[in-house]
Write a protein that binds this ligand. Structure first.
Ligand code: HEC
Length: 198
């Protein structure tokens, strides 16, 4: 670690969300869905009270300047030993992985939001928006919502953190591949719940 300090502070932060949102339209929509399920944006895309908690905890970078400053700091460390282009290409791999995992996660969130909307499962009263609440953690009330919690907080973490740590095995098998299977299982469980509800 540079100067013996791991710091556990990165451009993408603990949850791999940030502001401003990505320019890529699909990715932007997916990040909005995730931020809504994190409860920091409301249905209209406006900040909620929970965003202040995230701000106070400093777990996400909320301006372009803050993100760029953290990334520049990282790249400077890499450039002690690697070329700048090599280090930048490595960072881009991590960014790409976040974009791809966000596609899977946003789809899973939408499946469960659809179950609330159609009255197939009951949305807990404490949830502000008609979205599953990703920060309910282990208290998610049904197996399908539990699966989403694990998909988000265990498998997505491994996929992008594995990529940024240059660990393809972890990123693929313990992260990405698990997420693909989570999504398939969430879709299957949703279909089952809808069938039983008829
Ligand atoms: C103190 C020197 C040093 C620093 C700082 C450093 N690296 Fe490395 N890195 C190395 C060495 C040496 C290797 C080759 C290790 C080996 O082959 O066993 C390596 C290998 C790698 C590899 C694997 C390359 C391959 O083809 O297998 C990646 C990816 C990598 N570094 C990324 C980074 C990134 C990103 C940073 C900054 C966050 C960074 N490194 C910082 C010295 C460093």
């Amino acid at each position: 670690m540079s100067g013996g300090n791991h710091e556990v502070r990165t451009p993408w932060g603990f949850l791999a969300v940030r502001l401003p949102l990505p320019e890529n339209e699909q990715w932007k929509n997916d990040q909005v869905t995730i931020l809504q399920a994190l409860g920091v944006l409301d249905l209209e895309g406006n900040p909620t009270a929970r965003l202040d908690v995230v701000k106070a905890a400093d777990v996400a970078r909320l301006t372009q300047e803050a993100f760029d400053a953290e990334r520049a700091k990282l790249l400077k460390v890499c450039s002690d030993c690697h070329s700048d282009n090599f280090a930048k290409a490595e960072m881009a791999k991590g960014d790409d992985m976040i974009r791809e995992t966000d596609r899977l996660l946003a789809e899973a969130i939408a499946v469960i939001a659809g179950l609330y909307a159609d009255g197939i499962i009951e949305k807990p009263e404490s949830y502000a928006a008609p979205f599953p609440d990703l920060l309910t953690f282990h208290d998610a009330p049904t197996p399908i919502e539990q699966k989403l919690f694990v998909m988000h907080l265990k498998h997505r973490m491994r996929a992008f953190q594995g990529t940024f740590h240059a660990n393809p095995d972890y990123a693929l098998w313990y992260g990405w591949s698990e997420m693909v299977r989570d999504l398939a299982e969430i879709k299957e469980a949703a279909a089952e719940l809808r069938y039983r509800h008829q």
